[in-house]
Design a protein around this ligand. Structure first.
Ligand code: PAF
Length: 287
């Protein structure tokens, strides 16, 4: 099915998407792709801007992927606001929205799972078993459908970015994976569709996540190279603000995500915490 409003085409099935992609290709256009789960915010729109700046035509997908949510996670209550999303995408200059249902992505008889291991069972993968298999599988399906020249991912989900870059390399997929810096609220909180779950009090407390990471980065810039000390600086600021459920704070290699005791090449400090019932992640590069 295909409908067209204000220049943005909305495609809901594979054949319509393939036909649109083929048409763009035959007109000589390069394609950029921004996969999302909707509930779009300024971070997503920045990805669209980047795609528009570097390619001729931009496809955005909105698909709340059931296989990347574990039992008891927020799949059912994940925000679904298609009208608002479509309006923002039209304003943002998106050319095509791919808006499939579950049976379009996972047709009856679907059997394949993409696992990127051990990367996918570390850090967030430890807390959310199976999460990155769901992400890797859906992203592989989407990349194969859209066949873009470049696909754009937010670096807020840093582990996801490294995993996708790895799977594209391992599976010889012909697409460039571009990481786009995190967009933050004025007070530093990384933009996330899940921020809307936070109560006023938790929203205030959540600013300590970026403040903690920024303090660690400041210490790094001042010469501190011991991972444990940088992690302790970030942890103290979060705990003082009342964030007690810290799933991890970890300094890793920015390219491989392997642990680092002493930072002697490009690093990244990553964290996942629970504020109220909301799980939030963030990271900052140490380079
Ligand atoms: O980052 C997200 O929004 C999702 O994990 C993605 C990449 C769209 C896959 O469902």
């Amino acid at each position: 099915m295909q409908s067209e409003e204000n220049d943005m085409v909305i495609l809901t099935d594979r054949n319509a998407l393939r036909a649109w992609v083929a048409q763009q290709r035959s007109s000589g256009h390069t394609l950029g792709f921004v996969p999302t789960m909707g509930a779009l915010h300024a971070g997503h729109l920045h990805l669209v801007d980047q795609s528009r700046a570097h390619t001729d035509r931009t496809v955005v997908s909105i698909f709340v992927n059931p296989t990347q949510f574990g039992p008891g996670e927020d799949f059912d209550r994940y925000p679904r606001i298609p009208d608002q999303d479509q309006r923002l995408l039209r304003q943002g200059g998106c050319h095509a929205l791919f808006y499939p249902d579950v049976a379009t992505i996972y047709p009856e008889g679907f059997q394949t799972t993409v696992r990127v291991e051990p990367l996918g069972s570390d850090l967030c993968g430890r807390e959310r078993p199976g999460h990155f298999q769901g992400v890797a599988t859906v992203v592989t399906v989407l990349l194969n459908l859209v066949k873009a020249d470049k696909a754009f991912f937010g670096l807020k989900d840093y582990q996801q970015f490294v995993i996708i870059r790895q799977l594209v390399r391992d599976l010889s997929m012909d697409v460039a994976i571009e990481g786009v810096p995190t967009v933050r609220e004025e007070d530093g909180l990384a933009m996330s569709s899940r921020n809307r779950y936070l109560s006023i009090e938790d929203r205030r407390r959540a600013t300590a996540i970026s403040a903690g990471l920024a303090a660690a980065r400041t210490a790094f810039m001042a010469g501190e190279r011991e991972a444990g000390r940088l992690e302790a600086i970030a942890r103290r600021i979060m705990v003082e603000a009342g964030i007690h459920r810290i799933q991890y704070i970890s300094v890793r290699s920015a390219s491989t995500l392997l642990p680092m005791k002493t930072i002697d090449s490009e690093g990244v400090i990553l964290t996942a915490v629970k504020v109220g019932s909301t799980r939030l992640i963030d990271n900052m590069l140490l380079m």
